[in-house]
Design a binder for this molecule. Structure first.
Ligand code: GDP
Length: 708
């Protein structure tokens, strides 16, 4: 076996956009054009291709998988033949658009090397696009932009470009200008080649390269001037040539621009209309020309499973030892569970054994599948830089690292945010109960931020997640995909309990009234721990005052009491408990007696150690026209919100205020509707989990009262 595409001919990219900008349509067109160009090599007859296109259209292109592979030869459309030699492989990684799904968004941004950011050419940069952009910033993703929908009424390339420039980055530069707008949008002008491109045929597949129309010559020249200047600035030789008015070669411009994009110094902006089939082929050229291949990015860095402080670097090479990151686990109707992974280094053959270094388990890789838009292809071996789905992993979840057992590495320490919101669900019938159990288990396997808990007292099932929408989507899937009938409760805040001080208490469970009695006796110290540090149990028993065999039972009793909650029925977190004294009885002591004693001691000590309730505090950003600002802030104050920062944004006509605030989640249910009514639907917001904080005394008393 050998690799079919050299690593520098691979692109691992995402198409990212806020909802409605056209991500789905762009992706569909990309898969369609790449499908045609890949077919040309196989079917030479023009008619056969038309047939194939019709069929493909009817069948509908599917882009539901977490990663889809396609192939593209830059500028291949001009020759009408595929030039196999210059064909590149593009893996498109799906990036969910909503902020509630933080884990999936972050995982997918992590495994891609570059991104295409899609904007609506009427609205330009919208509040939601800023969120998406900043997420990409966080992962330092090199990117190119597409101003889409230029066929829509009200479309404006210049103002859209300006909004990118002003609100997102001054690194943005126009690579193209449109030929006509709205219903006169015909094509685009490429400012590097200085040619006009039009897209004929039912699917825009018949591209033509023409001279720039007379009326656009001046505008093209002005834009090109700016573009060349920006590119030339990035390179000494080009700067010199530019200053001396020398013509710079196309390939030099591309080379220097490519480097600038990869270093995130420039962001090229393209334009067109996905729906009307304008410009997408050129966007694909740009993906190949300017977005990085796996070896253009710094090698992946992880750490030694035995010692977190020891950094390990894995080069993106086939002869490096194998390492991969699982970025999504999905249930597939045909093959069961699919784990999507990115191979960072080495090679992987189907049927081989690997180590899941995150869990320590050995796993056998069954089949390896490459997902295309219309088929899945079974492959025997994959190489560094590739993205595939594998079948057969037993205990691997999103975020896990798979490695060569002899050279283990962990690529990422997984800290999943704690679920902040929960709802109770109750199956309608016995049959639904079983189906529901199965459905929830499946969904939880796919999504590590989705948790299920049974409430023994009420017989209810409680599910928790990262936000209202997150749970809505999951419940909706359960009802529709798994056909479970259930009653759904109101969303509740996932409070937690903890302590601020230290206390000691005795737990005694002694019953000696005829026959064999019960005897468990412990002394326990509880201390508060730093937030997020979790639970710790220390065995400080000396001289065998409690025999070793009963000590695990004490810990078990403590853990049970913690999960039930002590103040108001919410789980106890971040405490350290030390078992330091106690006694036992030769005949009457048992594990169960010590378990109960442990639980009693914890409850007593906890109550004396200044117990408090913790609540999730959300980071909120509201973008509102100025005239509603007072009302928005007033409303947030009534929800115990704290305003952190306010900024002005936009220009004369559409001046807006950006409000950044921290607000307890408890006041934020249904906020979308409330904000709409306060601002006549003109404001927008995004919200994500920030941290847990102490609930003020008066509020806590109310919550505790209600629980009791
Ligand atoms: P997503 O939510 O970002 O995936 O957006 P979609 O691709 O689903 O597009 C949202 C809506 O915009 C759909 O109704 C599309 O048909 C429409 N749309 C997408 N691209 C274009 C375009 O280039 N022009 C016009 N007029 N509409 C478009």
């Amino acid at each position: 076996m050998a690799r079919e595409y050299p690593i520098e001919k691979i692109r691992d990219i995402g198409i990212i956009a806020h909802i409605d900008a056209g991500k789905t349509t762009v992706t569909e067109r990309v898969l369609f054009y790449t499908g045609i160009s890949h077919k040309i090599g196989e079917v030479h007859e023009g008619e056969a291709i038309m047939d194939w296109m019709e069929q493909e259209r009817e069948r509908g292109i599917t882009i539901t998988s977490a990663a889809t592979t396609c192939f593209w030869t830059p500028r291949g459309y001009l020759s009408k033949e595929t030039n196999k030699e210059n064909e590149h492989k593009i893996n498109i990684i799906d990036t969910p658009g909503h902020i509630d799904f933080t884990v999936e968004v972050q995982r997918s941004l992590r495994v891609l090397d570059g991104a295409v950011v899609v904007f609506d050419g009427v609205a330009g940069v919208e509040p939601q696009s800023e969120t998406v952009w900043h997420q990409a910033d966080k992962f330092k993703v090199p990117r190119i932009c597409l101003i889409n929908k230029l066929d829509r009424t009200g479309a404006n390339f210049e103002t859209s470009l300006k909004s990118i420039w002003e609100r997102l980055t001054p690194k943005a530069i126009a690579m193209q200008i449109p030929i006509g707008l709205e219903d006169k949008h015909e094509g685009v002008i490429d400012l590097i080649k200085m040619k006009a491109y039009k897209f004929a045929g039912d699917y825009g597949q018949d591209m033509t390269e023409e001279e720039i129309p007379e009326e656009l010559k001046k505008q093209s020249k002005d834009y090109r001037e700016k573009l060349i200047e920006k590119i030339a600035e990035q390179d000494e030789k080009l700067t010199e040539a530019y200053l001396n008015d020398k013509e710079i070669k196309e390939e030099d411009l591309r080379r220097v621009l490519r480097k600038a994009v990869i270093d995130y110094k420039l962001v090229p902006v393209f334009c067109g209309s996905a729906l009307k089939n304008k410009g997408i082929q050129l966007l694909l050229d740009a993906v190949i020309d300017y977005l990085p291949s796996p070896i253009d990015m710094p090698p992946v860095q992880g750490f030694d499973p035995k010692d977190e402080t020891k950094k390990i670097i894995k080069e993106s090479k086939d002869d490096e030892s194998f390492s991969a990151l699982v970025f999504k686990v999905a249930t597939d109707p045909f093959v069961g569970q699919l784990a999507y992974l990115r191979l960072y280094s080495g090679t992987l053959a189907s049927g081989s054994y690997v180590l899941n270094s995150s869990t320590g388990d050995k796993e056998r890789v069954g089949r390896v599948l490459r997902m295309h838009s219309n088929k899945r292809e079974e492959i025997k071996e994959i190489y560094a830089g590739d993205i595939v789905a594998v079948v057969g992993l037993k205990s691997t979840t999103t975020g896990d690292t798979l490695t060569d057992p002899d050279y283990p590495v962990i690529l990422e320490k997984i800290i999943f945010p704690e679920p902040v919101i929960s709802i109770a669900i109750e199956p309608k019938t016995k049959a639904d109960q079983e189906k529901m159990g199965l459905a929830l288990k499946r969904l939880a396997e796919e999504d590590p931020t989705f948790k299920i808990k049974g409430d023994l007292e009420t017989g209810q099932t409680i599910i928790s997640g990262m936000g209202e929408l997150h749970l809505e989507v999951l419940v909706d899937r359960m009802l529709r995909e798994f056909k479970v009938e259930a009653n759904i409760g109101q969303p509740q805040v996932a409070y937690k309990e903890t302590i601020k001080d230290t206390a000691e208490a005795e737990g005694k469970y002694i019953k000696q009234s005829g026959g064999r009695g019960q005897y468990g006796h412990v002394w326990l110290r509880v201390e508060s721990q730093e937030q997020g540090k979790g639970f710790e149990f220390v065995d400080a028993i000396k001289g065998g005052v409690i025999p070793q065999e009963y000590i695990p039972a004490v810990e078990k009793g403590i853990k049970e009491a913690m999960s039930k909650g002590i103040l108001a029925g919410y789980p106890v977190v971040d405490i350290k408990t030390t078992l330091y004294d106690g006694s036992f009885h030769d005949v009457d002591s048992s594990e169960s007696a010590f378990k109960i004693a442990g639980s009693i001691a914890l409850q007593k000590a906890f109550k004396q150690a200044n117990p408090i309730l913790l609540e999730p505090i959300m980071k909120l950003q509201v973008i509102t026209p100025e005239q509603f600002m007072g009302d928005v802030i007033g409303d947030l104050s009534s929800k115990r919100g704290k305003i952190e920062e306010m900024e002005d944004r936009g220009e004369e006509m559409n001046k807006v205020k950006v409000i950044n605030a921290q607000v307890p989640l408890s006041g934020m249910f249904g906020y979308a509707t409330q904000l709409r009514s306060i601002t006549q639907g003109r404001a927008n917001f995004t919200m994500e989990f920030g941290h847990y904080a102490e609930v003020p005394k008066n509020v806590a008393e109310k919550i505790i009262g209600e629980e009791k």
